[in-house]
Design a protein around this ligand. Structure first.
Ligand SMILES: CC(C)=CCC/C(C)=C/CC/C(C)=C/CC/C(C)=C/CC/C(C)=C/CC/C(C)=C/CC/C(C)=C/COP(=O)(O)OP(=O)(O)O
Ligand SMILES: O=P(O)(O)OC[C@@H](O)CO
Ligand SMILES: [Mg+2]
Length: 243
């Protein structure tokens, strides 16, 4: 799958959480907007097969034709009803489970069934110590120097395709993203965390290759629609900011 889509051109991804509540009609309205390049289904807490399949069915029923990706955080919730998978590896995890342990377990359990062309690895650096993801992975919060070193590590040592700068729940430091952008040689940069307005989407959209919006969908769907509307009208991510 991944070799057939221009995922490096994705500007905005929506991340839908099976554990979060939203009215179905509002979600379907959001999914009908044209400024969405891909939808990720995933989250950190209470992800089950049941709530994942319910959400996937709603997305399949909506007026959305783009890529539908599952970000795997629970082995038992892996679904076949998606186009592809993003597999997180948390570089700054304080426990090896989130860097290597869960992955070994998963490969031993499902290895014979996995079509690896459907899998893309994301190297996470979790920067907000108050996020559920940070607590779950016992993340060792990086400073600016650490973050830049992680970038070099994944480009030159591990050769991973995506650096995911994860501020989940909090707006990050644009200066850090600027430094990553200036140094970047190979790894595509995902930024996610606290995007709640058009100026914030523009700012992080100009620094990261792809921005991910999560909580806003549930907290202020109207604001998300403003961002998507603005993007469709101005094509700001593709034209103004991608150089
Ligand atoms: C059909 C078939 C067999 C398909 C194959 C599927 C496949 C590719 C299997 C791979 C096998 C494998 C290697 C499995 C391991 C899976 C696994 C459990 C890996 C660990 C993943 C991981 C490191 C999770 C940690 C948490 C994390 C980074 C989650 C990502 C999502 C995230 C950060 C959400 C935001 O959460 P947050 O905002 O903090 O919290 P809220 O939910 O409260 O908002
Ligand atoms: O929920 P928010 O803060 O938008 O963050 C998006 C995403 O990076 C979460 O994994
Ligand atoms: Mg979240």
């Amino acid at each position: 799958m991944w070799q057939d889509v221009n995922w490096r051109d994705w500007g905005i991804i929506l991340k839908l959480d099976p554990d979060k509540k939203i009215r179905e009609d509002i979600l379907k309205e959001i999914l009908s907007y044209s400024g969405i390049d891909a939808v990720i289904v995933g989250g950190t807490q209470n992800i089950t097969r049941d709530n994942t399949e319910v959400l996937l069915q709603i997305i399949h029923d909506a007026d959305y034709e783009g890529p539908l990706i599952q970000e795997i955080s629970e082995l038992q919730a892996v679904s076949v009803n998606v186009d592809g998978y993003l597999l997180p590896v948390v570089l700054n995890a304080g426990h090896r489970d989130w860097f290597i342990g869960q992955h070994l377990t998963g490969i031993k359990a499902l290895g014979h069934l996995i079509n690896w062309s459907q899998v893309l690895v994301e190297a996470y650096v979790i920067c907000n110590p108050d996020s559920a993801a940070a607590r779950r992975t016992q993340a060792i919060v990086p400073d600016r120097e650490d973050l830049l070193a992680y970038q070099t590590l994944i480009e030159e040592v591990y050769a991973l395709p995506i650096l995911y700068v994860e501020y989940s729940g909090r707006y990050g430091n644009p200066d850090w993203l600027k430094a990553l952008k200036e140094r970047r040689k190979k790894a595509h940069i995902f930024y996610g965390g606290g995007i709640e307005s058009v100026p914030q989407a523009e700012e992080m959209g100009s620094l990261a290759d792809t921005i991910i919006i999560g909580n806003l969908i549930y907290r202020q769907p109207q604001k998300l629609m403003e961002i998507l509307d603005h993007r469709s009208k101005k094509s700001f991510l593709q034209e103004a900011y991608h150089d």
